[in-house]
Design a protein around this ligand. Sequence first.
Ligand SMILES: Nc1ncnc2c1ncn2[C@@H]1O[C@H](COP(=O)(O)OP(=O)(O)OP(=O)(O)O)[C@@H](O)[C@H]1O
Ligand SMILES: [Mg+2]
Length: 321
Amino acid sequence: MARDSGPFPGTAPEPAGRRIAGYRIEEEVGRGGMAVVYRARDLRLGRTVALKLLAPELTRNDTFRRRFTHESRVAAAIDHPHIVPVYEAGETDGVLYIAMRYVAGRDLRHLLDREGPLPLATVLRIAAQVASALDAAHDHGLVHRDVKPGNILVAQGTDSDHPEHVYLTDFGLTKKSLSLSGFTTAGQIVGTLDYVAPEQISGKPVDGRCDVYGLGCVVYEALAGRPPFRREDDMALLWAHQYDEPPPLTGQRPDLDASVDRVFAKALAKDPDDRYGSCLAFVSALRAAATGVSRSGRPATQVAAPEVPGPPKWARPVFRC
Ligand SMILES: Nc1ncnc2c1ncn2[C@@H]1O[C@H](COP(=O)(O)OP(=O)(O)OP(=O)(O)O)[C@@H](O)[C@H]1O
Ligand SMILES: [Mg+2]
C-alpha cells in the first residue's frame, strides 16, 4: 500500500496489534482532518478505549501543544454524563494521543448523512444532552470552539424514554482558530466551516456563546437537513456567517411553528450579546416554540449535598506531555 494512504500524509496506517503507549490497536474507527481514531485495548487495565492519534504537524505546533495539554486536563476533570471521559493524554514517539471512552455507535454526521432531517423529538433530545455538556464545560471556563455533528457521538440509549445517549467530544482540539488567524499554512485541512461563529472568524475573544452559535447551526441542520449557510467556497461561507441572515428554518420545515425562526435568529445572532446566555436556554426556547411545552423552569433533583469540586484523586487521569 502506498505510504501516503496512511492516517497522515507520508505515514502508514497503524496495523492491528501495534502497541502505542500501553495500548494495543484493534481497528480504525474513524478519521478527521487532524487525527485518526482507533478502537484499542488498554493493556494495563484490560479495557477497550478509543485512542486518538493526532497528526504530527500538530505535535510540532507549540500553540496547539500548549492548548492540547491545558484543555485535555480541563476536559478530563469535568465529570459529566454527556462528555466523553478522557482517561489519559500524552505524547509518545513524537505523536500526541488521547485515550478516552470508546463509544459504540455513530457520530451525528453519519446519522444526518444516512437519515436526512431528524424528527423534532429526536432533535430536542439530542440537543438537550449536548447543551447540558456545553453548559457544564462553560461553568469550568472551557469553550469547545468546534461544535459540529462529527464531534457528537450517538450511542444506543437505555429504554424508550432514553432512545439514545449522546456524548460530546474533542474539547480544544480545533485547528480552526489557529487557521483563521493565519497560523497554519495554506492548503492545510481545517475541517468544516459550517458551524463557526462570527467572532471566531474575526479573531475576537470567544466565550461560551460561540458554542451557542455552533449548537444553533447543528440543531438547524438536524431539523432542515442542511446547515444554515451553504456557499460555493470557504470565503463566501465565512462572509455569510458574519453578515448574512440565516434563511428561516420553516422554509425547509413548514410543519414547525414560525416562532421557531425567532429562536434560531437569536441563537445565530452575529453579536454574542444578542444570543441566548446558555445552550440550555436555547434548547428550552426551541422546545417551547416548537411544542408549546416549556421545561426550562424545572430544576434538577437534588440527590446529595454539593461536593468539593474536582474528581477524587484516584480518578485523575495521567498526563505525559
Ligand atoms: N470516543 C470515541 N469512541 C468511538 N468513536 C469515536 C470516538 N471519538 C471519535 N470517534 C470516531 O472517530 C471519527 C473521527 O474523529 P475525529 O475527531 O478525528 O474527526 P472529526 O471530528 O470527524 O473531524 P475533525 O478532524 O474536523 O475534528 C469520529 O467522527 C467518530 O466517528
Ligand atoms: Mg472530532
